[in-house]
Write a protein that binds this ligand. Structure first.
Ligand code: GDP
Ligand code: K
Ligand code: MG
Length: 293
């Protein structure tokens, strides 16, 4: 039996639904999702295995104009996503106009790799608007096959997946067939905690935070974790902790619930807050947290 395998890279503006789509394909919450831009900072692989195929998806940060070094290295993840793809999934949402970066847009319209343009969030639109948008995008990106989808509701998601498999080259699998992702367990601990911070704090706080899980110790009945929440300034530390520690406690309780779901096991989570001045602009620190720096 012939076997197909290859790399599918999901790119697009912030908040169009890239991570929601990746999770829908994989059937697991590998990528954290919030309504805020820059929720996804890394390139995250999600692998879907079938008897005769292996689809290796990569979710990337939304395309932005970088303002500091962390964002530059986020855009390096996006650039790398163009280089090794067998299929490009370019996601836009209903009502959206242009990609925030022209050079990325040019790469898409001149791509020699097949491009699937997903017009997402059609659950929020009507038939007239939908038809108009399909036509508009077909003119803008003539080399793309267009699929209206709702990543959130799963509408048309299996059809897109089927098309992806058709487009993949004949190849043996790249990863063992029981692999779900390339990231280690601690990465998901960090991400789940960061999602709660994105949800509960305003303004610049979520963007100044990085999580470092120092301990991940699996026992028979329970997994014990200790994670540091790193902020850039002393004032941010106070905000994270909150009055009598209530704000931090809420993060801990909600993160633990999600971690227990994710790992299918009881979790004990200890959280600490530390000031780490200007880590977002420090190459050495960025490297340590898995960015190119
Ligand atoms: P990303 O930044 O492109 O990765 O987008 P996310 O996957 O984080 O989603 C951003 C926001 O859009 C979240 O609030 C999602 O729940 C929402 N969203 C994603 N897909 C859909 C969809 O198909 N319909 C609607 N109505 N909302 C969606
Ligand atoms: K988002
Ligand atoms: Mg995302």
């Amino acid at each position: 039996m012939a076997h197909k395998a290859g790399f599918v890279n999901i790119i697009g503006n912030p908040n169009v639904g890239k991570s929601t789509l990746m999770n829908a394909f994989v059937g697991e919450k590998l990528s954290i999702i919030t309504s805020k831009a820059q929720t996804t900072r890394h390139r995250i692989l999600g692998i879907v295995n079938g008897e005769d195929f292996q689809v290796i998806l990569s979710d990337t940060p939304g395309i932005i104009k970088p303002a500091y070094q962390l964002q530059e290295s986020m855009m390096d993840f996006v650039k790398s996503a163009f280089e090794d793809a067998d299929v490009l999934v370019y996601m836009v949402e209903i009502g959206e106009k242009e990609l925030k970066d022209e050079s990325f847009f040019n790469k898409i319209i001149h791509s020699e790799i097949p491009v699937l343009l997903l017009l997402n969030k059609i659950d929020k639109s009507n038939q007239d608007e939908l038809e108009e948008q399909v036509q508009l995008w077909q003119e803008k990106v003539p080399n793309a096959e267009i699929f209206p989808v709702s990543a959130l509701e799963g509408f048309n998601v299996p059809q897109v997946f089927g098309r992806i498999v058709e487009l993949l080259p004949d190849s043996p699998p790249f990863y063992p067939k029981d692999t779900l992702t390339d990231k280690p367990e601690r990465f998901f601990v960090n991400e789940i905690i960061r999602e709660k911070i994105l949800m509960h704090y305003k303004k610049e706080i979520p963007y100044s935070v990085e999580i470092d899980t120092e301990e991940f110790f699996e026992e028979e009945e329970i997994i014990r974790m200790r994670s540091i929440i790193m902020v850039e300034r002393e004032t941010q530390k106070g905000i994270i902790i909150g009055h009598k520690g209530a704000a931090l406690k809420r993060v801990g309780v909600e993160a633990r619930k999600d971690l227990e779901k994710f790992f299918g096991k009881q979790v004990h989570l200890e959280l600490y807050v530390k000031v780490n001045k200007n880590w977002r602009s420090d190459s050495r620190q960025l490297k340590r947290f898995g960015y190119s720096g």
